[in-house]
Write a protein that binds this ligand. Structure first.
Ligand code: FAD
Length: 407
């Protein structure tokens, strides 16, 4: 006999005509913000409005890599706190998020890239994040499957080794946060599309949804790859965001052979072995803006060629599944987080590109503080939209560019 199970986040409720807070998008960031609004600030009259189902966006499509060794002084502390929160959240939510702190190796393919990595490592170490430069032999000791010969397109000179990073199970994070938020009174309305945000005299007043109009004084849009289109379409705020498709895939399950996350900027490729034994791999990004989740033959070929060079034991292994998702890319590869700027009561949290999984817990925590107090926490101040008008870009892009083979 099958028992009819209730979702972890409770029964479907009827949408009310007003809420204190409306969060548009049922992805990682809004689920985390709702959880922390309720837990840390006692704000529970919240509706999360999700067009499809929670986890439909990048939340359920990402490759689950977490780390804190970002490039710049403003980003490292936010990502460090997020990394430190995984074990805490696992306990608090009473839900196994399957955090596997197996460590990340960022391969370097030239001496210039090794030098550039030293800058990133110094910033990480300055902020208390464990990160070291290791040579090719040491990398091979950690990952015996690695090809460190000169006989490949981009020979490996060494790696940036970040032991505390790793992998967290992405759907467990979605379900755990949804459960935690719902237990505190947050309502999650799936299959409900946000159509418009109403404003009057410079203030947010309502959200029109496919299930009716909601009166509210606070709205947060955090809808991953859909954010920039929604924010422009609903409120006329243009954001410097390009939406690109990233693809990922997994191989057939294999015996354990890869105990770390290995990534290479030169090959545009990363790989890790899941707890099921599959090699999960991704990173190449389609270079043209689009809104599709489609995968392409070009990507399969690229990924197979890259993997077979630096992990040659994978030759002949079959890919089993492939999928795509959207990445909302800003010019400096850092997110946009702000509120009460264009309209009182309007907040946005977007532009995470392919870093929005690892950051969702800390970003959600600080967005909750921002919304509950109407004061921007110091941690979020550098991420305001005005940095683009003031030409104060953050320089996260430098990390990727400097590890490319041309440097
Ligand atoms: C293939 C791939 C691999 C990735 N790998 C990593 C990784 O390893 N590590 C990492 O840190 N990040 C990774 N990312 C990025 C990460 O997944 C995203 O940055 C993150 O999911 C963004 O979270 P979010 O909550 O902002 O949005 P999402 O999780 O994308 O959720 C947005 C939600 O908004 C909903 N929505 C859209 N329009 C409306 C509307 N009008 N009304 C209501 N709801 C709406 C959508 O249905 C969706 O569910 C990857 C992304 C992809 C695609």
């Amino acid at each position: 006999m099958f028992s009819k199970q209730k979702p972890l986040w409770g029964k479907k409720k009827k949408l009310k005509s007003s809420y204190d807070v409306v969060l548009i998008g049922g992805g990682l960031h809004n689920l985390a913000t709702a959880y922390y609004l309720a837990k840390n600030h006692g704000v529970t009259d919240i509706a999360i409005i999700e067009k499809n189902f929670i986890g439909f966006g990048g939340a359920g499509r990402n490759t689950a890599i977490v780390r804190a060794n970002q490039r710049t002084q403003h980003n490292v502390p936010l990502y460090k706190e997020a990394l430190d929160l995984w074990p805490v959240l696992t306990k608090e939510l009473d839900y196994n998020l399957m955090f596997n702190n197996c460590g990340n190796l960022n391969l370097m393919h030239s001496e210039a890239a090794m030098k550039a990595a030293r800058t990133t490592i110094s910033t990480a170490q300055f902020h208390g994040v464990e990160s070291h430069l290791i040579d090719a032999k040491e990398a091979k000791e950690l990952v015996p499957a690695l090809n460190i010969s000169d006989d490949i397109t981009f020979p490996i000179h060494g790696a940036m080794f970040h032991p505390p990073g790793g992998i967290v199970r992405h759907d467990a994070v979605v379900w755990g946060l949804a459960k935690g938020a719902a237990e505190k009174g947050v309502e999650i309305h799936q299959q409900t599309e946000a159509l418009a945000v109403g404003t009057k005299n410079g203030k947010v007043t309502s959200v029109t949804t496919s299930e009716g109009v909601i009166n509210t004084k606070q709205v947060l849009i955090s809808a991953g790859g859909y954010s920039a289109g929604l924010i422009n379409g609903m409120l006329g705020i243009k954001l410097p965001i390009s939406v690109l498709t990233i693809q990922a895939m997994v191989t057939q399950p294999l015996k354990p052979l890869l105990n770390h996350v290995v990534s290479s900027g030169a090959y545009h490729c990363y790989a890790n072995q899941t707890l099921k034994g599959e090699i999960a791999t991704g990173a190449h990004m389609d270079p043209w803006p689009n809104y599709t989740n489609l995968s392409t033959a070009h990507f399969i070929k690229h990924q197979a060629e890259a993997l077979c060079e630096f992990l040659p034991c994978l030759k002949g292994v079959r890919f089993m599944r492939i999928w795509g998702g959207l990445a909302d890319m800003t010019p400096d590869m850092a997110p946009i987080l702000e509120g009460n700027n264009h309209f009182d009561g309007f907040f946005m949290n977007c532009g995470w590109g392919y870093f929005g999984f690892k950051s969702c817990s800390s970003a959600g925590k600080y967005m909750a503080e921002y919304m509950a107090t109407n004061h921007c926490p110091d941690m979020l101040k550098p991420f305001a939209l005005k940095r683009y008008e003031e030409h104060k870009l953050m320089g996260e892009t430098a990390a990727l560019v400097s590890y490319s083979p041309d440097n």
